[in-house]
Ligand binder design. Structure first.
Ligand SMILES: Cc1cc2nc3c(=O)[nH]c(=O)nc-3n(C[C@H](O)[C@H](O)[C@H](O)COP(=O)(O)OP(=O)(O)OC[C@H]3O[C@@H](n4cnc5c(N)ncnc54)[C@H](O)[C@@H]3O)c2cc1C
Length: 456
C-alpha cells in the first residue's frame, strides 16, 4: 500500500517533493505537544504549487490514504502529528507573499509564509498584520489559520479569525474551493472562511489566504507592575478593562514563570514578585495611558510599578514574556501546556484553582496568561520517566480544563483541540453541538481522510 501511494504521488510531483527515507520522514511525525501519539508517515510531500496539492488529494482519495497537513509543527495540541501510514502534506515550501495592497489593506499569501516575515513585509508599507503568536518567528500563516491562533496584541486587535477575509482551499477530493472575499465587506452566503479558521486541517488544505491588514500603530511602550499575589494582579486587570482602557497588550506571569525566565535567559526580572503584570499602549500618548494604568495597579496593591522609558526597555520586557513557555520547558524534562480561557472577570479564580491543583498533585505549574483575554497557559512541568509524576501531570491537566469549564470558560483559547483535548470537546459542545460538527466534517470529508482523529 505504501508503495502504491508513493508511486502515484511521484507520477504528479517532482522527485525532490516526495520524501520517503524513514530517517527523514520520522522528523515530521510530531508537533510540540506532549502526551500525543504519532504514527510513521508513508511519505512526506512538500508541494510548491496548488496543482501539486490537488494531485496529492486526488491520490489520497483514490487510495483512501489519510493526509495530515502541516505548517511549522509548532502546534501544542498534537493536531499536526502524523498518523500511521499517512501522507504528511507539509505546506512550508509554499511560502510566497503574493501581494500586499496598501489601498485595499490586504495581503495575499501562500500558507507556508512565516508569521513574522509577513509582519516585517507589511511594515515596509506602513501596515500591520496583528495576530502575533509568541512562536511568530517560526509558525506559518497556514498553521495560524488551522489553529485560529492568537497572541500578545490580540487583547486590542483580535485573533487570526478576525483577519482572514478569504481562502483558496483544496478539498479532500482535489477540487478547489474559493471562499470569502477581497473586499472590506461581504455577506454572500454562509461564512465558510470562518469555518476553516480553527478547523485544524480536518476540512481542507488552505493553499492561499487573503488577509486583512491594519495601519501600523505607533510603537508601544510597556509597563511592568509587581504584585504580592496573583489575585491582586487579576484585580488590576479587571480595573484596567472596566475603566475602558485599551491596552495593546496585557500579560501576566506568575512567580514560577518569572523565575523560569530568569534561570533560562538571565533577564533580571524581579524574583520576589508573586505576579508580574505587563501592560502596553500604542496610543498617541502612551506615557499618559501607562501613568493611568500604573495608578490602577497601585490601587490594586502593586508594590512596584515601572514604566519603560524607551522602546528598547519595552522590547526587553516583551522578550521575557515571549520566552516564558520555552523557559518553563527547561524546568523539567517535559511540559504539558494548557490553554484554558475564562471570562476575564474569573481570572483570579482560575489562578487560585490552578495553585490548589498544583499543591494537590505536588507539581510545578507555571502560569502565564494573555490576561486581557482571560487566556491562561498553565504549564505543568514533569519528568515523563517518573510514571507517577507523569500520571499526576495528566490528571492536573484535565482538572484545569474542568475548572475552566466550571468558570464559564473554554478548554482552548488558541491552541486548538488536536489530539490532546479531543476527549474534552464533547463536554464543551454538548451532544447537539457535537452532532452538528460531525455533519460538517462529513460534508467536507466524506471518506474521513483529512487529518482523521483530530478535533472530533
Ligand atoms: C514557544 C511557543 C509559543 C507559542 N505561542 C503561541 C501563542 O502565543 N498563541 C498561539 O495561538 N499559539 C502559540 N503557540 C502554538 C503554535 O505556534 C500555533 O498553534 C501556530 O498557529 C501553529 O502554526 P504552525 O505553522 O506551526 O502549524 P502546525 O503546528 O504545523 O499545524 C497546526 C494545525 O494547522 C493545520 N495546518 C497547517 N497548515 C495548514 C494548511 N495549509 N491547511 C490546512 N491546515 C493546516 C495542521 O494540520 C494542524 O492541525 C506557541 C507554540 C510554541 C512552541
Amino acid at each position: 500500500m505504501d508503495g502504491d501511494v508513493i508511486k502515484l504521488l511521484c507520477d504528479g510531483l517532482p522527485a525532490e517533493a516526495v520524501l520517503t527515507d524513514p530517517d527523514i520522514t520520522r522528523s515530521y511525525a510530531n508537533d510540540m505537544a506532549s502526551f500525543c501519539p504519532a504514527g510513521r508517515p508513508a511519505a512526506v510531500v512538500l508541494p510548491r504549487t496548488v496543482d501539486q496539492v490537488r494531485h496529492v488529494m486526488r491520490t489520497a482519495t483514490a487510495l483512501r490514504v489519510p493526509v495530515v497537513p502541516q505548517g511549522a509543527r509548532t502546534g501544542l495540541s498534537g493536531a499536526a502529528n502524523a498518523i500511521e501510514g499517512c501522507v504528511v502534506l507539509s505546506l512550508t515550501a509554499m511560502n510566497k507573499i503574493i501581494e500586499i495592497n496598501a489601498v485595499d489593506r490586504t495581503a495575499v499569501v501562500e500558507p507556508g509564509v512565516v508569521n513574522a516575515e509577513l509582519s516585517r513585509a507589511v511594515a515596509e508599507h506602513g501596515l500591520a498584520y496583528p495576530p502575533d503568536p509568541s512562536s511568530w518567528e517560526e509558525c506559518t500563516i497556514g498553521g495560524n489559520i488551522g489553529t485560529a491562533s492568537g497572541g500578545l496584541c490580540c487583547v486590542k486587535y483580535g485573533v487570526t479569525a478576525d483577519y482572514v477575509l478569504g481562502l483558496d482551499v483544496v478539498l479532500a477530493d482535489g477540487r478547489l474551493l474559493r471562499t470569502g472575499r477581497t473586499t472590506a465587506k461581504g455577506v454572500a452566503g454562509y461564512d465558510l472562511t470562518r469555518l476553516f479558521v480553527g478547523s485544524e486541517g480536518s476540512l481542507g488544505i488552505v493553499v492561499r489566504a487573503v488577509l486583512a491588514l491594519k495601519p501600523a500603530p505607533p510603537r508601544q511602550l510597556v509597563l511592568a507592575a509587581e504584585f504580592p499575589s496573583t489575585a491582586a494582579a487579576c484585580a488590576a486587570v479587571c480595573a484596567i478593562m472596566a475603566r475602558g482602557h485599551a491596552p495593546s497588550l496585557l500579560e501576566l506571569m506568575d512567580r514560577t514563570s518569572v523565575r523560569a525566565v530568569n534561570a533560562y535567559a538571565r533577564m533580571g526580572l524581579p524574583e520576589t514578585t508573586e505576579a508580574l503584570l505587563l501592560a502596553a499602549f500604542d496610543t498617541p500618548d502612551p506615557a499618559a495611558d501607562l501613568a493611568a494604568v500604573g495608578a490602577l495597579c497601585t490601587e490594586a496593591g502593586a508594590t512596584e510599578v515601572v514604566p519603560a522609558d524607551t522602546e528598547a526597555e519595552s522590547e526587553l520586557l516583551l522578550k521575557a514574556r515571549r520566552l516564558t513557555l520555552t523557559a518553563l520547558e527547561a524546568v523539567k524534562s517535559a511540559t504539558m501546556i494548557d490553554d484554558v480561557c475564562v471570562p476575564r472577570s474569573r481570572l483570579a479564580d482560575i489562578f487560585e484553582g490552578i495553585a490548589a491543583i498544583a499543591a494537590k498533585h505536588r507539581l510545578t505549574i507555571g502560569v502565564c496568561a494573555h490576561a486581557g483575554d482571560g487566556n491562561t497557559h498553565p504549564t505543568v512541568c514533569f519528568d515523563p520517566a517518573d510514571a507517577d509524576e507523569a500520571r499526576r501531570a495528566r490528571e492536573s491537566f484535565d482538572e484545569i480544563m474542568a475548572l475552566g469549564l466550571d468558570l464559564g470558560g473554554t478548554i482552548t483559547g488558541e491552541h486548538g483541540v488536536g489530539l490532546l483535548k479531543r476527549d474534552w470537546l464533547a463536554r464543551e459542545l454538548g451532544p447537539v453541538g457535537l452532532e452538528m460538527q460531525r455533519g460538517i466534517k462529513h460534508t467536507f470529508d466524506p471518506l474521513g481522510i483529512l487529518n482523521p482523529g483530530k478535533v472530533l
